[in-house]
Design a protein around this ligand. Sequence first.
Ligand SMILES: [Zn+2]
Ligand SMILES: [Zn+2]
Length: 202
Amino acid sequence: MVRIELLDGTTDPKFGTALRMSFAEIAKYHPMEVSVAPGSTDYVGYNQVKNAEKGAFNSRRNQLHATRFLCNMIENDNGLYGINTMILTEQDIYDDGLNWAFGGVKSDAAGGKHLILSVARLNNLEALTHTGIHELGHIYGAAGDLRRSNTESNLGPHCTNFCVMEQKLDVQLMLEQSRRLSSKKDKFCYQCINDIMNYRGI
Ligand SMILES: [Zn+2]
Ligand SMILES: [Zn+2]
């Protein structure tokens, strides 16, 4: 059983609600427990996100530095060290060498994985669900098996099959991919499904 701490730093419940389907897609292959119901009001989580944003926000760029933010979340007294988190932010995010991103992931030394997902460019809720599945796939080691041939390592391990773990670094391409996958019952390819089923981490 993998437990994921969900921290929703947005004011509109529609974003968290859109993630329900993301969690459900993973739960088909590996049991999971989510700390709060996606889309419900969680003042504690919201305030933790807002506090961590303060030290990581670049007002010149009007963007949040993803890695710095995730470090703040882990280092602040939030009790998140060594566990898995999915964090929603309203801010547009960037990182070293990246002008912007939909999301990012950072591991801590105790094996906890911390995901950030920005809704700033994802007002299309179907695309948010799609990106949520992709980011959760990273927690579950999807496309991470180095013995696999059809993967590529670019900002984390990604899949080269027709699969939600393909990497799309362009809003338009990602929207097209999400539309193409919407008619498909399973969003992961069989190899990524295998990765998720065999995941042995926390
Ligand atoms: Zn990715
Ligand atoms: Zn795949």
